[in-house]
Ligand binder design. Structure first.
Ligand code: RET
Length: 246
């Protein structure tokens, strides 16, 4: 238990350092990409930079003293503000790498971002209600379902429309887009698992532990989905440029 609390507290630290290091890497790599594709690295750096600021704040709130009371005061609103800003930025990378026509790109982005905002806002409403009650709530369940539906919609768009257009992109970019699609499918699935843990708890100390575990899971998922996802996108552009496909 103490170890779990400490591990979660230190993962806020590791999250901060990882996001800061990711930002530096994406900015340094940016200039080595073909000009038309540099925005991919810029957006990746923006995502990790915004996250680094939020992790800096969160790590300050949750402390490093191994005490569960300190950790349970973590600010859910900062976590969700971070997601509200960073997830649309992650989704922007799809139309930008596909290099779609203006109208087509705009429409695709609009659908993805609206569903994404619904997913995050609904998750926030559910999670704060669970935190306040210290256990599962009805609002928590309804919000979970709405959020899940929005995520499934995003996956639907990625597996149909985006996959179709990806086939027309240069080979390395297409491969990168398909891996990025897997991040949204597998990497993003980690978040509802974390949330679900708190939905199945009935209160008391056990419920507090699920909240701590949920935050640990979110921290690990964030590193994968922000730094890992950015790396895949940037390396795909590099590979395409090295192979003279773009
Ligand atoms: C919530 C609520 C329960 C249902 C679902 C959720 C999804 C959260 C996701 C968050 C992704 C965050 C990322 C941040 C990185 O920048 C809100 C936990 C489906 C998918 C990728």
């Amino acid at each position: 238990m103490d170890t779990l609390v400490l591990a979660t507290q230190y993962m806020f630290w590791v999250g901060f350092v990882g996001m800061a290091a990711g930002t530096l890497y994406f900015l340094v790599e940016r200039d080595s990409l073909p000009e038309k594709y540099r925005s991919t690295a810029t957006v990746a750096a923006l995502v990790t930079f915004v996250a680094a600021i939020h992790y800096q704040a969160m790590k300050h709130y949750v402390g490093t003293d191994g005490s569960i009371d300190t950790l349970l005061t973590f600010p859910t609103e900062i976590r969700y503000i971070d997601w509200l800003v960073t997830t649309p930025l992650l989704l922007v990378k799809f139309p930008s790498l596909l290099r779609l026509g203006k109208d087509e790109g705009k429409r695709l982005l609009k659908n993805l971002v609206l569903a994404d905002i619904l997913m995050i806002v609904s998750g926030y409403v559910g999670e704060t209600s669970i935190n306040n009650a210290g256990a599962a709530t009805q609002i928590g369940w309804v919000a979970f379902l709405i959020s899940m539906l929005a995520w499934v919609y995003i996956l639907g768009v990625l597996f149909t429309e985006v996959t179709e257009s990806a086939k027309a992109a240069p080979k390395s970019i297409c491969e990168g887009l398909l891996s990025m699609r897997s991040f949204i499918f597998i990497g993003w699935a980690i978040y509802p698992i974390g949330y679900f843990l708190t939905l199945t708890s009935s209160g008391g100390e056990a419920a507090q532990i699920t909240i701590v575990l949920r935050e640990l899971i979110y921290n690990i998922a964030d590193l994968i989905n922000k730094v890992g996802f950015g790396l895949v996108a940037v390396l795909a552009v590099k590979a395409a440029s090295n192979a003279k496909e773009i």
